[in-house]
Design a protein around this ligand. Structure first.
Ligand SMILES: Cc1cc2nc3c(=O)[nH]c(=O)nc-3n(C[C@H](O)[C@H](O)[C@H](O)COP(=O)(O)O)c2cc1C
Length: 162
């Protein structure tokens, strides 16, 4: 079985999670959708990974999901996101992943996330990010969820995804 991990992001969190996941599965091709295009056609299984910014997936991930929706509906398919506003997870997933794709997904997981590099963002986004962190850090630590990748892999293994 060959697996595509198609991911994107702005500050490296999602990339880091994608690389860590890749070494725990066999025969993986990692593609940064902000750098290159890829078709899921040549793969048996596809993991899509995105950060959440302003309650949305990264643009290149949105485009990938829309372009290949029909193909992805007929593959082994799973998604993880990195994010910090955990309370919005279900709403973001419902908005960003089409119903039939959600139904077909083996796993859809929140891996948590860090916010430690605001350099790529403009002043407005910096203010939004800082106030979001202030609020969320009262509810939970702003960090990766340590058990999420293991749980995700266990879901994949249930359907003999390796
Ligand atoms: C400007 C900005 C906006 C963000 N907006 C959201 C958001 O709407 N919801 C959320 O859960 N996390 C939000 N985050 C947190 C990011 O999703 C998190 O840091 C993610 O891991 C970044 O992934 P990346 O390093 O792959 O780009 C935001 C972070 C920044 C800096």
């Amino acid at each position: 079985m060959n697996t595509l991990i198609a991911y994107a992001g702005k500050t490296g969190n999602t990339a880091k999670c994608a690389r860590r996941l890749a070494i725990r599965l066999k025969n993986v091709t990692l593609v940064d959708l902000n750098v290159e295009e890829v078709s899921p056609n040549d793969f048996d299984a596809v993991i899509v990974a995105s950060p959440v910014y302003s309650h949305k997936f990264e643009r290149s991930v949105q485009i990938f999901l829309r372009t290949y929706q029909n193909i992805l509906e007929n593959k082994l398919f799973a998604v993880f996101v990195t994010m910090v506003e955990y309370g919005t997870f279900n709403k973001v997933i419902a908005k960003e992943i089409a119903g039939p794709l959600r139904k077909n997904a083996v796993a859809i997981a929140n891996f948590g996330g860090e916010v430690n590099n605001l350099t790529p963002f403009g002043w407005h986004d910096k203010i939004v990010a800082k106030s979001m962190i202030k609020l969320e850090s009262k509810k939970h630590p702003i960090e990766f969820l340590p058990e999420a990748p293991q749980k995700f892999i266990e879901e994949l293994k249930k359907v003999n995804w390796d």
